[in-house]
Each structure stands twice: as C-alpha cells, then as structure tokens.
Design a protein around this ligand. Structure first.
Ligand code: GLC
Length: 434
C-alpha cells in the first residue's frame, strides 16, 4: 500500500509548524480519513546523466503516494534563471519545487516560501552553517542546501607522464605544458586534441571561470565584501589577457560557446589535456563509456604570478515557489531531496559534494571518491561570487562581468579596457548602495 499524507488546508499547515506538520518530513505515513495524493511539479536540471534530481523526485513520489512532474531546465544557468524569473514574475503555479543556484537566493527570495514555516526547527541541523546563512534572506530560509561545488582542474595523468610534466601550479605552466603536449599529440595524429578546455560562453559559468583567473592573480573578487568595486586593477587585466591568449591556441574557438557539459564531452572523449570543471566530472569521466577512465587526475586550479589558487564556490539548493498550491508537500519534497541518505547516495553515485558536514567523514562517501577529503579543503577555502553583497543586483553584476570578459576572450577588448569599462558599469549599478 502506498504511503499516505494528510491533506490540510494551508492555514492549518502553518499551525502545525514544528509539530504534527513535521510528520510529513520524508513522506512519513499517516493513516487518516482525509487522504489526497497530489502532483508536485519540480524544475530539475537538464535531465541528463549528471542530473540526479528526477530520480530523487520519483523516489519521494513512490514513498509518499504522490506523483511528480519533472520539468527539465536548460544546462546554462543564466538561461535557467531567466526561465524562473519569467515563471515567478507571472506568479505561475506551474512549478512547485525548483533547484536554485547558490548565487540566486538574494535574487529570488521574494518569490520563495520560508521553508522554516513548513519544516521542523532542526531541519538544517548538521548542514554547513555558511550555506544555511547564504540561503537565509531577511531571516527567511528560502532554500535547503543540496550539494556544494568548487572549481577544480582535471588532467590527463597518462599524458603528463608520457611527456614528463608535472601538474601545473601556475597558469603560465599550464599554458606551456598545454602548448607542448597539444603540438605533440597532434603530430602523433590526433587532430582534434586541445591543451585546455574551459567554459567560455557568455553565462554564469564564465563568471565562475573568470573569477578564478582574476582572484588567483591577486586581482580580487570584482566587488569586495564591503561592496566596493575592485575589478579595475592590473592583475585582473593581466588575468583576462592571459585567458584570451588561450582561445584558438590551446583552447578551441568553440570555447566561446562552451558550458560545463560541452567541455566534459571534449575531455571525456580523450580530446583535452586539461579541463576546468566541477567535481561531478570525476565519476562520469571515470565511468563506463569514458575514453579516459582511469587515466585522469584532479587538482587545485593554478594561480597567477602574484596570487594563490582560488576555486569559485558553487552549489545547488532546493526551494519552493510562493505560488505553489501545495507548499507543505513541496517543502516535504525539498527536505527529502536534501536529507542525509539522499545526499549520501548523490555523493557515492555521482561524486556530488554533500552540504551536511558529517558526510565528509562517512566511510562509503570517502571510499567512493578518494578526493572527497581534498575537496573538503578546497570547499572551505573557496572564493564566493559577490552575490550576498550585491543582493538583487547580482544578476546584473555577473552579466556585466561575463559579457566584458567574453569580449576580451573574443578579441574585442583588451584586459585593461575591459576592467576599466566594467568598473564604471558596476559603480553605476551600486551607486546607491547594493
Ligand atoms: C555549477 C555551480 C553553480 C554555478 C554553475 C555555473 O553548477 O554549482 O553554482 O553557477 O556551475 O555554470
């Protein structure tokens, strides 16, 4: 017999906060005369092999006797955000639950429910406090942390060994090693081989890549913790110029239109020496059907002459739309997806980094992914995008940054011109305070 959930009118649900309402957590079975199964619509990822959201949503449905309608969304985070903004802007009830990027709570909070009204008081216990803080806007918990991310460098262990090179510590070394090995591999007949693959499309992912280039050159974080625009500096300009020099030399021209999945494709089919991406690539690139399984390593990203390695912090959260007609059930689904057993499975099966601290000591998690320990370090030292400080202006800040950066990559602007122009644009955006 399928598990059942109580259906209560919304105001009554509020009264049950932290009390009987909590019994819904994880789809607990309650036999009652008033039973109503609902369909909950959830906006997941792209529905591809890297997206575990549809499977978890279905598990929840099977457990609770409700049904789920899984809506796939574009891989490109910037496109995903505009889709959400359209739906939420029109107060549509078409989506109940949605995946929310770590940089979006301050942009979308007005449209999201306060989950603490539906979940028990200890719902966020054991989660990284910084992530809970990130998702708490004006005292409202607008999303449950699901997994966390940090930019890493993947490399072909076999090729570095073959040509007698170390894993590069600086961007300069990466450039030199990539140039040499690319030439040699092409000479050996692999015409499609590239030295370095990264995400260069004009979207949020480029903001992540370029923040790493800039911050690891000692060029700051675009806008600092006090809200000061800091991007106009020579280290930032040099970082962007160096990245521009890769396009068409060690990276394909196509990099200007690549998101995470295209770059994973290049690396996984054996056509790149180095790849900048997120930790999820590890298990897929070592999995069945991958040309490079067992031949790869993962390391910290390189740094510039005056900097230290910096990894942009990323990650995804699960939120409930304010326009949902079933907010209590939707919150239950959000809690199910982010609960410990599901996070553990996500880590073990797909190498996603948990947002529950104790899972970093879990034997099964550690055994499944030898770099989980190192990643913990990377995550705790990661560099956040200036989303909290710029609040609801963040999308404009990021758009300005990735658009100017894209112009540098495509040769329309030089680094110095770009950071100067960007600085003026950002000053204007933040003129009256963020
Ligand atoms: C990853 C990160 C996310 C980031 C996105 C950019 O999904 O987790 O935070 O915004 O990549 O493409």
């Amino acid at each position: 017999m399928p598990n059942l959930v109580i259906s209560l009118p919304r105001p009554a649900m509020h009264l049950l906060k932290g009390g009987a309402g909590a019994l819904l957590l994880g789809g607990a079975a309650l036999a009652t005369p008033q039973v109503l199964a609902e369909e909950i619509a959830i906006a997941c990822g792209a529905g591809d092999s890297s997206d575990y959201c549809p499977a978890l949503a279905q598990q929840w449905a099977d457990k609770t006797g409700n049904s789920v309608k899984v809506i796939s969304t574009p891989n490109d985070g910037t496109e995903k955000l505009s889709l959400y903004q359209q739906l939420l802007g029109s107060q549509s009830s078409d989506i109940d639950v949605m995946l929310v990027d770590i940089v979006w709570p301050g942009l979308l909070d007005d449209h999201l429910v306060d989950l603490s009204e539906y979940l028990p008081a200890d719902a966020t216990e054991g989660f990284f406090p910084a992530l809970v803080d990130n998702n708490t806007i004006d005292g409202r918990l607008v999303a449950m942390p699901w997994y966390t991310d940090a930019g890493v460098l993947y490399y072909r262990k076999d090729l570095l060994e073959k040509y007698g090179h170390e894993v590069p510590k600086t961007w300069r070394e990466l450039t030199e090693t990539a140039t040499e090995i690319q030439a040699a591999e092409r000479e050996a007949g692999n015409d499609d081989f590239w030295g370095f693959s990264f995400q260069g499309r004009a979207y949020e992912g480029l903001t992540c890549n370029a923040l790493e280039w800039v911050a690891s050159h000692g060029g700051g974080t675009i806008v600092d913790g006090e809200g000061e625009v800091t991007i106009d500096n020579p280290q930032a300009a040099a970082a962007l110029d160096l990245a521009a020099s890769w396009v068409g030399t060690i990276a394909p021209e196509g990099a200007l239109n690549h998101t995470e999945e295209e770059t994973r494709g290049i690396f996984q089919s054996g056509n790149a020496l180095f790849l900048r991406n997120w930790p999820y690539v590890w298990s897929l690139a070592n999995g069945e059907g991958s040309e490079v399984a067992g031949k790869i390593g993962m390391a910290s990203l390189p740094h510039g002459p005056e900097g230290e390695a910096k990894a942009t912090l990323g990650g995804w959260n699960v939120a409930v739309s304010r326009y949902s007609e079933h907010p209590a059930l939707a919150a239950d689904l959000a809690a199910y997806i982010t609960a410990e057993p599901q996070q553990k499975a996500h880590a073990v099966k797909m190498g996603r980094n948990p947002t529950i601290e104790s899972l970093y000591q879990d034997e099964d998690v550690l055994a499944s992914n030898p770099s989980m320990n190192d990643l913990y370090e990377t995550l705790t030292n990661g560099v956040p995008r200036p989303a909290s400080v710029t609040g609801d202006a963040y999308a404009r800040v990021s758009n300005a940054f990735f658009n100017r950066t894209h112009q540098v990559l495509s040769g329309e602007l030089d680094g110095a011109g770009a950071v100067q122009q960007l600085s003026r644009e950002l000053e204007r955006l933040g003129r009256r305070g963020w």
